[in-house]
Design a binder for this molecule. Structure first.
Ligand code: FES
Length: 79
């Protein structure tokens, strides 16, 4: 499963670095390195909300506070 985190400037200001680090840690904790392919991308044109994270063709807005819930709902449950 491909998960792409926006590292554009607007998302960077909202904490994309923390979101990336949390997702990397959650993937490692759950031993999902083989199943989840984390990557970065520039602006996805969805800067209004939190940090943009794309899972498949869907774009979600995530914040450092909601990243764990996002991981459980949108990544774990789809594997
Ligand atoms: S900077 Fe992330 S969607 Fe625009």
């Amino acid at each position: 499963m491909k998960v792409t985190i926006c590292i554009g400037s607007s998302c960077h200001l909202k904490g994309s670095r923390e979101v990336v680090e949390s997702l990397q840690a959650l993937v490692a904790e759950n031993k999902l390195e083989e199943k989840v392919d984390l990557g970065g991308a520039f602006c996805m044109g969805n800067c209004q909300n939190g940090v943009s994270v794309k899972v498949g063709d869907e774009i979600f807005s995530v914040t450092p506070e909601t990243v764990k819930e996002f991981f459980e709902d949108k990544i774990m449950s789809r594997i």
